[in-house]
Design a protein around this ligand. Structure first.
Ligand code: IPE
Ligand code: IPE
Ligand code: MG
Length: 242
């Protein structure tokens, strides 16, 4: 643990722990560009960050971590980059099962997974199966995920299931994040102030934290800093102070 982390940790209010944190892991390309490296180098380094950030999230008491890894719009990138990204993710899954087990992490992929390369799909379901009973932290890995397609897919499931009652609570059970509380905090790295079709429904009342740090440079302390910032805020949910 670094001195900065120790210092920040002493400020953490343990009675106000975040249950669900979502992160838009952005800036891999810019990280590489600044170093004169190919974009893939940024993606490799970005995916490697998961090794540090997932255990950190668990250490800080977070129960669910949702990471945006590939959006439905990211298909508009060059084929080579997409292929490289999927290969790197597949490698990560193969290498990290042991770590995920050790860290008591349940890897839960979300999104339209059927469009992903079949070898990646196989790896995702294998790791999900192995880690299913882990209770330390849920890692929702969003792949070929879009907030709009999440809602459209929920509507399709509702039509097929014909539930008697449709209200906000039942609707949210049909989303990919079924049964999970909405994120308390959304972090976006690399300074962009937009949601980019991430969890549209689930973010209705989420606190937003944008940092200029590029995802491959994002450290445990940076996550902690975001949590501390959150703990200073007052969530109102439309109410007023009396
Ligand atoms: C985020 O980094 C990773 C993915 C979207 C897959 P980017 O690849 O978007 O990096 P920038 O935004 O170009 O720097
Ligand atoms: C959002 O980042 C998607 C992921 C991080 C996976 P993008 O880089 O794709 O978003 P835009 O295009 O800048 O909005
Ligand atoms: Mg980007």
């Amino acid at each position: 643990m670094t001195r900065r982390e120790k210092e920040l940790l002493s400020k953490l209010d343990k009675s106000r722990i975040l249950e669900h944190v979502a992160i838009i892991m952005d800036g891999n390309g810019r990280w590489a560009k600044r170093r004169g490296l190919p974009r893939m180098a940024g993606h490799r380094r970005g995916i490697a960050r998961l090794r540090k950030i997932v255990p950190a999230a668990k250490d800080y008491g977070i129960k669910i971590l949702t990471l945006f890894a590939f959006s439905t719009e990211n298909w508009n990138r060059p084929k080579r980059e997409i292929r490289g990204l999927f290969k790197t993710l597949e490698r990560y899954l193969k290498d990290e099962v042991g770590e995920l087990m050790k860290n008591d992490t349940y890897l839960h992929p979300i999104g339209r997974l059927e469009r992903l390369p079949s070898s990646l799909q196989r790896e995702l379901s294998r790791v999900e199966r192995i880690t299913r009973n882990n209770k330390g932290i849920i890692l929702n890995l969003a792949l070929n995920y879009g907030g709009r397609s999440d809602i459209v897919d929920a509507v399709k499931k509702i039509i097929a299931n014909r539930p008697k009652k449709i209200d906000e609570e039942t609707f949210s059970k049909y989303l990919y994040t079924s049964g999970q509380p909405d994120p308390d905090l959304l972090i976006r790295t690399s300074g962009e102030m937009r949601i980019s079709n991430f969890l549209l429904w689930q973010l209705a009342y989420t606190e937003i934290y944008v940092t200029p740090i590029l995802w491959p440079d994002f450290k445990r302390e940076d996550l902690l800093q975001a949590i501390l910032d959150y703990q200073k805020r007052e969530r109102r949910f439309g109410r007023i102070e009396e």
